[in-house]
Design a protein around this ligand. Structure first.
Ligand code: ATP
Ligand code: PRP
Ligand code: MG
Length: 291
């Protein structure tokens, strides 16, 4: 069998081969128990026999095309890229990495707004996404399509404003630009499938695994001891996902409580538990879970 021939019953998943999404996508799949190619590998395809999944390493923009055409069952890429491609792809789940906003920017102090773009030159690598937004707002600008480093286009005199991916905003600031208008799109890495075909077999299991990774990343397990006086208040502080586990301790009127807590709240929750009399408060990472 050649690299790209279909294997019966195998789930075929497109994964970014390059760019900012490629490392985190592979890491997430690895954490979900799938085989992934080695870092810096140039492999185009990887067959994970144990899980019955075949991974195809493609350009992020092409991921949307292959999945939209129904050639591959599922794909991981950015929401902005999917919208730009116009592919017939449906978002199945958000993956919690690759977050960005797609925004307009112009030289700082120019005071431009979206209506003011009428008749101006607007540089972008996402012309379809921008054209759709401008049409909705009845604005006609001349789109200058560039491959990247769009922030330089104004200084170089080819454009008056830009529309581009913003993560930290550092690139914009360094180019002396400032944001204007509302975000055109809020993006992150997503799992997509064909809009025209039935859900592929195996999607549910993949989703459960990826969800498990998200929960393991975003939650910690918190254990503590508390006396009967503080128990109700403590349980209010740590309600858990469904309900905390409460077990009696050998010491009379004392309980051991176990509950999942959002990772980012862990320190605040520990302070609050301490205030209501909880002691021996322990936080542990969740290595994996299925909820
Ligand atoms: N700081 C960032 N810069 C660029 N893209 C980002 C950033 N943060 C998140 N993303 C997302 O990554 C995707 C862009 O991936 P893509 O591979 O096209 O570009 P890249 O990561 O900038 O790589 P390159 O430009 O080197 O090809 C988009 O979905 C975008 O929203
Ligand atoms: O808000 P920031 O954190 O500064 O990140 C956003 C910048 O990063 C990306 O550029 P990239 O490095 O991918 O180069 P490119 O423009 O050539 O794609 C993107 O196109 C922005 O320019
Ligand atoms: Mg880029």
């Amino acid at each position: 069998m050649t690299d790209t021939q279909s294997r019966n019953g195998t789930l075929r998943i497109a994964v970014p081969n390059k760019g900012g999404l490629s490392g985190p996508a592979a890491e997430m799949l690895r954490e979900a128990g799938y085989a992934q190619r080695q870092e810096n590998s140039k492999d185009l395809v990887l067959y994970d026999e144990a899980n019955g999944v075949e991974f195809f390493y493609l350009r992020p923009r092409d991921v949307a095309v292959y999945v939209g055409e129904g050639v591959l069952d599922l794909g991981i890429t950015g929401r902005d890229i999917v919208v730009e491609s116009g592919a017939a792809a449906t978002e199945v789940m958000q993956l919690g990495f690759g977050a960005s906003r797609f925004r307009f920017a112009a030289p700082a102090g120019r005071g431009l707004d979206v209506a003011g773009l009428d008749g101006l030159r607007l540089a972008t690598s996402y012309p379809n996404l921008v054209a759709g937004y401008l049409a909705e707002h009845n604005v006609t600008a001349r789109l200058i399509e560039l491959d990247g480093a769009v922030e330089s286009s104004i200084r170089l005199g080819i454009a008056d404003a830009i529309a581009d991916v913003v993560e930290t905003g550092t690139t914009l600031r360094q180019a002396g630009l400032e944001l204007f208008g509302e975000p055109i799109l809020t993006s992150e890495a997503i799992l997509i499938t064909s809009a025209d075909r039935p859900s592929p077999l195996g999607l549910d299991q993949l989703q459960r695994r990826l969800n498990g990774v998200l929960v393991a990343r975003n939650y910690v397990m918190m254990d503590y001891d508390v006396s009967s006086e503080g128990l109700d208040k403590a349980m209010e502080i740590t309600p858990g996902l469904e309900s905390p586990t409460v077990s009696s301790l050998a010491r009379e009127n004392w309980y051991a409580v176990r509950s999942m807590v959002p990772r980012r709240d862990a320190q605040r929750v520990m302070d609050e538990l301490w205030e209501v009399g909880a002691r021996a408060i322990l936080v542990t990472d969740i290595a994996a879970c299925r909820l």
